[in-house]
Design a protein around this ligand. Sequence first.
Ligand SMILES: NC(=O)c1ccc[n+]([C@@H]2O[C@H](COP(=O)([O-])OP(=O)(O)OC[C@H]3O[C@@H](n4cnc5c(N)ncnc54)[C@H](OP(=O)(O)O)[C@@H]3O)[C@@H](O)[C@H]2O)c1
Length: 312
Amino acid sequence: MRFTNLGTSETKISQIGLGTWQFGTKGWGYGKDFGKQDAINIVHRALELGVNLIDTAEVYGGGKSEIILSQALEGYNREDFVLASKFLPTAIRPSAVNRALAKSLKRLKTDYLDVYLIHWPNPLLPLGATLRHMEKMVDEGLIRHIGISNFGLKRFQKAQSKMQKHPLDVDQLNYSMAKSKVKDLFLPYAEENNVTIMAYSPLGQGFLTGKYNAKNAPKGTRRMNRLYTKSNFKRAAPMLEELNTVAQQHDVSMAQVALSWLIKDKSVVAIPGAKNIAQLEANVQAAELNLTNSEIDQLSRQASNFKPKMFF
Ligand SMILES: NC(=O)c1ccc[n+]([C@@H]2O[C@H](COP(=O)([O-])OP(=O)(O)OC[C@H]3O[C@@H](n4cnc5c(N)ncnc54)[C@H](OP(=O)(O)O)[C@@H]3O)[C@@H](O)[C@H]2O)c1
C-alpha cells in the first residue's frame, strides 16, 4: 500500500481507501444480506491489506452504512483506521452540524471522527458559522480534520478563507478518468497547498472497468449516473481502448489502471466501493502498479478528450 499525508497534517492515509455507500444501500443491488456479512468481510480484508482510510456518510443507507461499519470495526484499535463521515447540510441552521455529528458518532460507536465533511455545498447555509462549529469540534477532540465535498476550487478557497483556527484539509470530489476536470481545475492547487483530494466514484461507478456497455448498464442507484448512455460509451471508446491496452501491457485490469492513474499524485487518494472481496483486493493491488510517464500522459490525454454529455 502507498500512504500519503492527510492535508497539512502528519496523519498517514492509504492512497487506496474504501468507500461504503454500498453498505446498507438497496439501490446498489447487492441483496439484502450484503450488509450482514459481505460488507463486514470487505472491511476486515481491507484493513488486513493495509487500507486505513474508510469513507461513509450519514445519508448512506439512511445511516445503515455507519451502523454496518461500527459492527465491522468492533475490536480493532481505533488508531489503526482513519474514519471519514459526512453530513448533509439540509437544515440551514449552522448548529445542526452538532446534532448530525452526535448521531454519526453514536451509529459508528466511536468517540471521534478523523475527518468530518460537509457533503454538498448549500448556498443557503451560513458557511463560516458552520465551519466555526466544526473548528470547535476539533478543539473538543470530537473530530480531527475538517473537510468539504463537491466544492469546486473557488468555493473551496472561499471556505478556506473562513477558517480561523484549523486548516481545511480535504475536498472529496467526483474524480476519475471519466470525470477528469479536477485534474486541471483543482489538482495543481491541491498539490501546491497540501489539500487532500478524496476521489469519489474513482471507477466512474463501474464505467471504467470495461464490463458495461449501453445495453448492459447497471440498474438501481446507478440509473442516475448519466455516463451510462449509448452516446457516452461511443465518446469514451478511445479512452476505454487505451485503458485496456495499458492494462494488457501490465497484465492487470482496466479498473486497476484507472485507480493507479488517479493516485499518481500525492494529494490524491481514491475511495472505491466494492461488491466483494475480489474487487477490494484488485483495487488494493492498484497501489502496487507503476505506470510509466508516457502511459500516464497518454491516459491523461484520453481522459481530457473524453467529454461526456451529462444531460439527456
Ligand atoms: N461525496 C460524495 O458526494 C460522494 C458521491 C459518491 C460516492 N462517494 C463515496 O465514494 C465511494 C466510491 O464511489 P462509488 O461507489 O460511487 O463508485 P466507484 O467506486 O467508482 O464504483 C464502485 C463500484 O464499481 C464496481 N467495482 C469496484 N471495484 C471493481 C473492480 N476492481 N473491478 C470491477 N468492478 C469494480 C462495483 O460495482 P459492480 O461490480 O456492481 O459494477 C462497485 O460497487 C462511495 O462508496 C462513497 O463512499 C461520495
